[in-house]
Design a protein around this ligand. Structure first.
Ligand code: PLP
Length: 283
């Protein structure tokens, strides 16, 4: 079944969707993106994704060509026409179309593209049984806090992980874990949830922001600090979060079992707490 997608103001069948070869997103990865989860036809952590979208646009000087209400209306229409019950909405905004030149004119009209993807997020093998990670050197640029479409380092990291039989890459900078290839990373040691603090070295995950509020609300100890790969190997439990995986247990890193190699009780609890939050706050 083909999808209806959104390209620069119009809804078209995916087979008819076109962007210019001169789009700066294509030529320079000069653009940003967001991915929002859909549960029961509703959007999860929507306000957080919108504020990060605006933050990313501001950070690279792309004007806001659509209001949040306009974006929401397009997303709702995409979810509606495609009858999306569970999955993702991808949105990308690039600086626009111009003859190739590194330097850009300030008056370009941004390109806006959105499409939906069907995906089981709540109940699947990864969330049920946990996943394996493979550590990979973090080769990304210095502004990982911007959700840039320049994702080559993540593409290569995640492919390396997948080729090694792992579900996700665990990105390592100077012996320390930054995050997953496309997820935030956490370990649990002696009852404390440990995750990298918000700096330019990681993307400020929206699922992370919601989850950390839930961690505090459930009186689970939290330490936002860097941790080494060795600490990760020795953790009692581990997990990753993203809009595309919610809370996903990690049962092995580099073929070393985490804890007893089974999904642990704190991660199971956080999984449920996050799903409950998502259902309660979906819009
Ligand atoms: N870190 C990186 C590098 C990502 O690409 C992503 C999501 O794609 C995340 C973290 C998780 O962010 P979010 O929870 O907003 O999906």
């Amino acid at each position: 079944m083909t999808r209806t997608v959104y390209v620069n103001g119009v809804f078209v069948d995916e087979s008819e969707a076109r962007v210019s070869i001169f789009d700066r997103g294509f030529l320079f990865a000069d653009g940003i993106y967001e991915v929002v989860a859909v549960m029961d036809g509703k959007l999860i952590d929507f306000d957080g994704h919108m504020s990060r979208l605006r933050r990313s646009l501001r950070a690279i000087g792309i004007p806001e060509s659509m209001t949040e209400d306009e974006l929401l209306a397009v997303i709702r229409q995409l979810v509606g026409v495609n009858k999306l019950d569970e999955g993702l909405v991808y949105m990308e905004i690039t600086r626009g179309v111009a003859d190739r030149d590194f330097v850009y004119a300030r008056d370009l009209e941004p390109s806006v593209v959105m499409f939906s993807q069907v995906k089981s997020l709540v109940e699947n093998q990864a969330t049920r049984e946990g996943v394996r990670l493979k550590s990979v050197e973090d080769l990304r640029w210095a502004r990982r806090d911007i959700k840039s479409v320049g994702l080559l380092a993540q593409v290569l990291a995640k492919q390396t992980a997948r080729d090694a039989g792992a579900y996700e890459a665990l990105m390592i900078k100077d012996g320390h874990v930054t995050e997953g290839g496309s997820s935030s990373a956490y370990i649990i040691k002696d009852g404390v949830v440990i995750t990298h603090p918000l700096t330019n070295d990681i993307l400020p995950g929206i699922t992370r922001a919601s989850l950390l509020k839930l961690v505090k609300a459930n009186e689970i100890s939290l330490d936002e600090r860097t941790f080494t790969l060795e600490e990760a190997y020795a953790a009692d439990e581990a997990f990753i979060t993203a809009a595309s995986t919610y809370v996903c247990p990690v049962v092995a890193i580099d073929d070393r079992p985490i804890g007893d190699g089974m999904v642990g009780p704190v991660v199971r609890k956080l999984q449920q707490v996050y799903i409950d939050h998502a259902r309660d706050t979906a819009v």
